[in-house]
Write a protein that binds this ligand. Structure first.
Ligand code: ACM
Length: 662
């Protein structure tokens, strides 16, 4: 007995040591991966073999390996019906297990050869991506790297995605990203096996797609006076020769980007927003709007609601003409028609809209939007396409064949009624939100809270209340990058990664294969891959900051007076805490004289300096030594504050304790 268990331990240890050398770090985590002993070594004469159908996929793999290793990676054909090689790398659809589905693959690595088998080219492509991930991160280098350990650990991988929709949305209206920048985004998506790029092409702040029949859409609608959103003029290079901010894609640009995406097995779903978020279109063609305008391309949504009029025949002629050109460009089955955040006030006040509501026997303005959607859907369906819209397209009744993109709910209701849904809830998928609750260390972002990496990773795309028979209607998940505060590519990448890596794993890997601790291990290697691709990212740090409370109008006086919070449960170790006060609402802020820490009512430390927490905060972070917690003691934080020009403000207070090094 003793000898046996001792031997067992020895064998176990030696396997672990062998594995640690080149532990696979694949994101998204494959469905099934078995690590074997040994490795396949790439060499200057390693060849790639493919069946005839897979020559292009083999060429893609060859091109990348040629770039990073400097070796030839000649692609040879393997036309024989026997799908076996004795040396080299094989990519083939021959002998692939059909059960792997539209995107699955098998990858088997022995010391002599590598074989990727998949029923489709998409599957083979994903197998090739996994192969690159089994190599060192330098496999993604853009020029030859000498002396990299070009070894692929021996493995058996069987892999297929959990969901067919693994997406990212890019808003190119608030800020414009040119076609080369979009391709860079697509490259990073492909590394993560993301397959759907939702291109938010039009909104209030800019119209970005050339429509031949309506040239003013881009002559007028693609340009505005400045970068907007309070951002620095030099935060972007997207200016026209006239010095105005903006840009657009010609139809040739669009075709080029679609072809590039197709090579990476990414479908592009275009979004043409209607009937709201239409200021840029109405700046060009004001006669299609509800009300009088003026409809200027806005720096900020909300200046004018900018809504198409459903009571004008010309509106439908225009939209159908636009969609006809869009359909001629995009092979995507889906056309996203937006539908979100349509204020109903203008339709309420508009006599023609009210007459239409009466004539069509509609309940109200929501019924009018539903009527509008159905009319558009009839046209879209007649062209063989399917509409997709944001949560609000459910209001007033969902069009017959429409799919829903859930950002503020509606997925359970829609899927239960047999409609397909894509999950992109603000809680987990809005990557324009802050990545940390500590806003002082982050670039300006959207919202008051934080959408951390861990939160993004915790998404469960199937809504909890959805009955199992409707689960098939959940197509997958998508990360959304709205770009109000994202004026350039580097910042876009920083906001996307690593949260989009988390989303990719949520959408691809089965729940049983997901583990946040292991994800963090793999992320470190993934970051090195992004380095090779020249893609920026945020370095993940676990959140150490917690909110201990806030202040409300009722607590603030005109003269300096103390406000207190119980921090007993936050005094967890001796060290130093950073206390930040962050204003969230009100016309004014608060002046701060000092902040102190008290133990059982007795002050033990204080940071005294003048600070201000308001719209433009000044020195509103206070640093205090924290003692080792004493059992049974009650700790209190006391701030000496006064209303600044009034008492009307509210905000949050955060505690960030760094324990002293032992
Ligand atoms: C949205 O974020 N308005 C869909």
């Amino acid at each position: 007995m003793k000898l046996q268990s001792g031997l067992g331990l020895f064998v176990f240890l030696s396997v672990v040591t062998a594995l640690a050398v080149n532990e696979p770090a694949i994101i998204p985590q494959p469905q099934k991966i078995t690590r074997l002993v040994g490795a396949f070594k790439l060499a200057a004469d390693t060849r790639i073999y493919t069946d005839t159908a897979s020559a292009d996929t083999g060429a893609l793999l060859s091109a990348q390996l040629r770039k990073s290793t400097g070796w030839g990676f000649t692609v040879g054909s393997k036309t024989s019906s026997e799908p076996v090689i004795t040396a080299g790398i094989l990519l083939t659809t021959n002998g692939a297990d059909a059960a792997l589905g539209a995107e699955g693959y098998e990858l088997n690595v022995t010391t002599n050869c590598v074989a990727i088998r998949a029923p489709t080219q998409a599957g083979l492509f994903y197998g090739a991506v996994t192969l690159l991930e089994l190599l060192p991160p330098e496999s993604l280098a853009q020029r030859a790297v000498a002396n990299a350990p070009w070894e692929i650990p021996c493995v058996n991988i069987t892999d297929a995605p959990h969901f067919p929709w693994r997406g990212m949305m890019l808003d190119v209206s608030r800020h414009f990203f040119n076609k080369e920048e979009v391709k860079q985004v697509l490259n990073a998506m492909a590394l993560h096996k993301l397959n759907t790029f939702h291109w938010h092409l039009v909104d209030d702040n800019g119209w970005r797609i050339e429509i031949k029949k309506y040239p003013k859409l881009t002559d007028v609608g693609a340009w505005r006076d400045g970068v907007g959103f309070g951002l620095a003029t030099n935060s972007t290079t997207a200016y026209g020769s006239n010095g105005r901010y903006g840009g657009f894609y010609t139809q040739d640009d669009i075709r080029e980007v679609i072809a590039y995406a197709a090579m990476l097995h990414i479908t592009i779903v275009p979004e043409i927003e209607m009937p709201g978020h239409a200021l840029a279109a109405l700046a060009a063609y004001p006669e299609l709007g509800t009300g009088d305008g003026p409809f200027n391309v806005a720096l900020k949504a909300g200046v004018n609601p900018g809504i198409f009029s459903p009571a004008k025949a010309e509106t439908f002629v225009f939209l159908q003409d636009v969609l006809t050109e869009v359909f001629a460009l995009f092979p995507s089955q889906y056309i996203h028609i937006g539908g979100d955040e349509v204020p109903k006030g203008p339709w309420k006040k508009d006599a023609a809209c009210q007459a239409l509501i009466k004539r069509e026997n509609l309940k109200d303005e929501e019924g009018l939007q539903s009527w509008f959607n159905r009319r558009i859907e009839k046209f879209v369906n007649s062209q063989g396409k399917t509409i997709l819209g944001w949560s609000e397209i459910l209001q007033g009744g969902l069009a017959q064949n429409a799919a829903v993109m859930d950002w503020i709910g509606g997925a359970t209701e829609a899927a239960s009624a047999g409609h397909d849904v894509v999950m992109s809830p603000t809680s987990h998928c809005y990557f324009d939100y802050y990545q940390s609750a500590d806003h002082s260390t982050e670039p300006r972002a959207m919202g008051g809270g934080a959408l951390t990496l861990q939160k993004a990773y915790s998404l469960e795309p199937i809504p909890a209340k959805l009955s199992p028979e409707f689960h098939k209607h959940v197509l997958g998940a998508q990360g959304n990058l709205w770009t109000e505060y994202i004026p350039n590519l580097k910042q876009l990448e920083y906001m996307a990664f690593p949260r989009l890596s988390a989303l990719a794993e949520v959408a691809w890997s089965p729940k049983s294969a997901r583990n946040f601790a292991d994800f963090q291990r793999r992320l470190k290697i993934n970051n090195q891959r992004l380095d090779q691709l020249g893609v920026s990212y945020r370095l993940y740090r676990p959140e150490t900051r917690t909110q201990i409370g806030g202040w409300k109008v009722a607590q603030i006086k005109d003269e300096f007076a103390p406000v207190e919070w119980d921090v007993t449960k936050n005094v967890t170790a001796a060290g130093q805490t950073r206390v930040s006060l962050e204003y969230t609402a009100g016309a004014c802020g608060i002046d701060i004289a000092w902040i102190a820490l008290l133990a059982d009512g007795v002050e033990i430390s204080r940071d005294e300096h003048a600070g201000f927490a308001g719209g433009s905060p000044r020195k509103s972070v206070y640093t205090l030594p924290v003692p080792a917690p004493k059992a049974g003691a009650r700790y209190t934080l006391r701030a000496q504050v006064a209303g600044s020009g009034g008492r009307d403000s509210a905000g949050n207070i955060f505690w960030d304790l760094k324990p002293a090094a032992k």
